[in-house]
Design a protein around this ligand. Structure first.
Ligand code: ADP
Ligand code: MG
Length: 863
């Protein structure tokens, strides 16, 4: 047995833990045992000086998840046959699990895609390929500017990344290698990285590998050239997957090219800053994703995530989604019916992934059956809505019913299915295939069952013959069947009993008759199990003949889940469907709200109407008119919230969902950039001024007149004059001398910047209004034209609980400073006077109606 172990161990990489099946346990030995015991917090034992640590096989999945979560790779060496008395069992490595290649349900986060990604880059640019083995999603991309690719990688948040061995060295030799290495670190964070040989990334062999895996002669059907440089990483992904799966991935049938031009790009900093997938505290709760995910199925949740990771720039696709969402919002009954059915189904996409990758178990087919049984109901619900719902009819048309397959699964499989087919010989098999499905199988099962009856009869007969009333006929794995007689009754044992084993209180015997029958029964049982396995595999095979159709239906079900839940959200949260205008560079929002902050305020108000309600605000940007809005106002006024809400609404619009506004009209945006001045990111640890400037440079170099830029307190990370000068120059640059520039929202506490409006025609000043009341400050949360002169820092400081003495002294100092400063602008928003801002408002420019201020002193409680 140890020889088997050594052979298995030698075939593996050093960093892979080996779990070796011994009876009911998976054992680790030697170094593996020491490391595994530490990672899992289990006991380390020693046998003949050899360290050992074991986990019970029934709990293996839990322990495996733990190891994978800590970034380990694990190989499973299993028993390949059922144990026979007195014979060494055949064993072999059946699977290697790595963070990026797992297929088991429990090790996969249901609502999240699970990508294995390979990345390579050189002077010509960066290239990557990514594969979700659990669903068969496979894509590649190359970008001349590596940063664009890193944005994509970040939004995919892969589980494991493969890189060529030589990459680190090559980066060191490249001119901007250090910066690139930093970018990679920032985009990948602490994702498990695995180095692979350089030749795995070879472009030509990659192309061959991809064609072979997809079973095609060329890649024209996917619109991918055979010279595509990302076929190198694609090959690396496939070779690795084969290594760990011990066979070719079975569920690949397409590969897509991810083209940056077809999607709205969000770089990693923007994704973090807008808290799209995670909050700054790294939680999903509180992110835009969480706020937009109202789905009821894991596949639906994954689709929301991938929609958000790749907002569209294809207007027809956006309009298709919008139409479906709008129609669902008009029929809550259909939404409820669809969701009820979806909840009863299983994760079809992942079941297909497992079936095609040879993880074949009864419960997979059970899940498949449950899902396709629901299809007629869903189609019925959708078609009964009729022609008034054309987008929904379009979806209904894609819901294929698979009646033949449902029939087969109903006929062949029991209603209650065990997790797996038992290979042991105690007759545990026989619970998967339904009686009446196959004559031969029914006959064998009867025989095996009859055998057990015979044992009972034998026990009764032997008791009668010998007069031993507690005589037992028993079975165990090592000795097979035997007759057991207690010590007290040994004198009654007849001559023809042959002694087999001595126990403390009993002796075990066999007879010729028992031996012959034992063989017959074991045979019948083994044959039953084998036949059942064979029949089951046939059923799986039939099911897989429909794999492409099933995958397509899985996709439609996921879309139905997303669109119906967005329909419900549209209705319940009072969102609107934005109207896209072709070739427009306008962004007009009436009474927009921040989707996440609004939800938080709603929960905090505990349903009390009117308290802490979110105050909507309008937006009117256009690259050729009000291109650059400078927003001033005191701390806590709502500047950051406001500018982010504009970015989020734009993003949500291009994803195809409704948006939190009364009305919205806009042209397609090519990129959204969002940056916060260094101070706000201190929590992340790398908030140096350098990072802030790096990121700002990236914006200035990459934005176009089609972009939307949201800058929050840029320049704050350095001394006042430095910061002001940089902010000043950045604003000038973004405004530019041309007729058009990127739509920009710039929140700042540098009031001096408001003077720029005098020279820059497309710059407009806004402020977030506050009111003074008895020397206290009340937040109105209203964005009004004009600039705010004062920052009300002292009032905010008092709200925060600074001692009265300090507050009073600060006021004195401020007063004397203000007296000596003659440049103060007359534009102060005070008391009830609305900030009409005189010269700063362009009367010629008609603006959407603004909401009346709602002053609510109870808002103060929030802070
Ligand atoms: P600033 O950037 O001006 O310092 P923030 O945007 O961070 O202010 O807003 C501070 C707090 O005010 C937010 O956390 C939020 O709870 C609240 N807030 C902001 N905008 C609104 C609004 N429009 N309606 C209601 N509450 C708001
Ligand atoms: Mg702020």
């Amino acid at each position: 047995m140890m020889k088997q172990y050594r052979e298995a161990r030698q075939s593996l990489e050093d960093d892979t833990l080996l779990l070796f099946r011994l009876g009911d346990f998976y054992e680790m030995f030697e170094k593996d045992a020491e490391e595994g015991a530490a990672l899992l917090g289990i006991t380390l034992t020693k046998r003949h000086e050899m360290p050992m640590a074991g986990i019970p096989s029934h709990a293996a999945e839990t322990y495996l998840s733990k190891l994978l979560a800590q970034g380990k790779k694990v190989a499973i060496c299993d028993q390949l046959e059922s144990p026979k008395p007195g014979k060494l069992v055949k064993r072999g490595i059946t699977r290697i699990l790595t963070p990026g290649t797992v297929l088991e349900d429990r090790q996969l986060e249901a609502s999240h895609n699970h990508f294995l990604l390979a990345l390579d880059l050189d002077k010509k640019g960066a290239r990557a390929a990514w594969l979700d083995l659990s669903t068969g999603k496979f894509a590649l991309s190359n970008q001349a500017s590596p940063g664009d690719l890193f944005s994509v990688l970040h939004s995919l948040s892969p589980r494991e990344v493969l890189m060529p061995e030589s990459l680190g060295r090559r980066l060191e030799m490249m001119e901007n290698g250090k910066a690139l290495a930093d970018d990679i670190d920032r985009a990948l964070g602490d994702i498990t990285r695995t180095e692979r040989p350089d030749f795995d990334f070879d472009q030509r062999s990659g192309a061959r590998e991809v064609m072979e895996s997809l079973g095609v002669m060329n890649l024209e059907g996917f619109g991918i050239d055979l010279e595509h440089s990302a076929l190198g990483p694609a090959g690396a992904v496939l070779v690795y997957a084969q290594d760990v799966l011990k066979g070719k991935p079975g569920n690949l049938n397409r590969i897509e090219e991810y083209r940056a031009g077809a999607a709205l790009l969000l770089d990693p900093a923007t994704q973090r800053n807008l808290e799209i997938f995670r909050t700054s505290a790294q939680t999903r709760k509180g992110s835009l994703l969480d706020c937009m995910d109202g789905t009821v199925s894991p596949a639906g949740a994954r689709l929301v995530e991938s929609f958000l990771a790749r907002p569209e720039r294809d207007l027809s696709e956006i309009r298709r989604r919008q139409a479906s969402v709008l129609e669902f919002s008009q029929t809550p009954r259909a939404v409820e019916e669809v969701r009820t059915t979806l909840r009863q189904g299983a994760d079809l996409e992942r079941i297909l992934g497992r079936l095609r990758n040879r993880v074949v178990r009864p419960r997979e087919l059970g899940g498949l059956r449950a899902t396709i049984r629901g299809l007629p109901a869903i189609r019925q619900t959708l078609t009964s809505l009729g022609e008034d719902y054309p987008a929904i009819q379009n979806l209904a048309g894609q819901v294929e019913l698979f009646e033949d397959l449902t029939g087969l699964l109903n006929r062949a499989l029991e209603e209650e299915l065990p997790a797996e087919i038992k290979l042991d010989v105690k007759g545990e098999g026989g619970r998967v295939i339904r009686a009446g499905y196959n004559e031969e199988f029914d006959r064998l099962r009867d025989l095996a069952g009859g055998g057990k009856r015979w044992i009972l009869e034998l026990e009764a007969a032997e008791r009668a013959q010998t007069g031993i009333s507690n005589l037992k006929v028993k079975y165990n794995g090592a000795f097979g069947y035997f007759i057991e007689v207690t010590k007290a009754n040994l004198h009654l044992v007849p001559e023809h009993y042959v002694r087999k084993q001595t126990m403390t209180n009993a002796e075990r015997f066999y007879t010729d008759e028992l031996r012959t029958k034992e063989k017959e029964i074991l045979n019948a049982e083994e044959q039953t199990v084998a036949k059942e396995q064979e029949l089951f595999e046939e059923v799986v095979h039939h099911a897989l003949e429909h794999a492409d159709g099933l995958a397509a239906v899985a996709r439609v079900l996921a879309e139905l889940d997303v669109f119906s839940s967005w329909g419900a959200i549209l209705r319940e949260r009072d969102y609107c469907i934005p109207q896209f205008v072709e070739n427009s560079r306008e962004l007009w929002i009436e009474q927009g709200r921040h989707p996440v902050v609004e939800m938080v305020l709603k929960t905090e108000s505990l349903g009390l109407a009117g308290t802490h309600a979110f105050v909507p605000n309008d937006t009117n940007l256009s690259s050729s008119d009000e291109q650059l809005c400078l927003i001033t106002g005191p701390n806590m006024a709502g500047k950051s919230t406001y500018i982010r809400q504009v970015a989020l609404i734009t993003l949500m619009a291009q994803v195809g969902s409704g948006v939190p506004a009364k009305a919205c009209r806009l042209g397609l945006v090519d990129r959204i950039f969002s940056r916060v001045g260094a101070g706000d990111e201190l929590a992340r640890g790398n908030s140096t001024f350098m990072v802030e400037m790096n990121e700002t440079a990236n914006i200035l170099n990459n934005c176009t007149a089609d972009s939307l830029i949201v800058l929050d307190e840029i320049g704050r990370g350095t001394s006042t004059y430095d910061g002001l000068s940089i902010a000043w120059a950045v604003v000038e640059h973004l405004h530019g001398k041309e007729q058009e520039g990127p739509k920009t929202l710039f929140a700042t506490h540098y009031h001096e910047l408001t003077r720029l409006a005098e020279n820059l025609p497309r710059l407009k000043n806004y402020s977030v209004a506050v009111k003074e009341w008895n020397d206290e400050i009340i937040f109105v949360r209203q964005v009004t034209p004009g600039s705010s002169e004062r920052s009300f820092g002292i009032q905010v400081a008092r709200l925060a609980g600074l001692p009265d003495g300090v507050v009073d002294r600060a006021k004195q100092i401020l007063a004397s400073l203000e007296e000596s400063d003659s440049t103060a602008s007359p534009l102060v928003t005070k008391g009830d006077e609305p900030a009409t801002g005189g010269a700063f408002v362009q009367a010629a420019n008609p603006k959407p109606k603004r909401v009346a201020p709602r002053v609510d002193p109870s808002q103060l409680e929030l802070f």
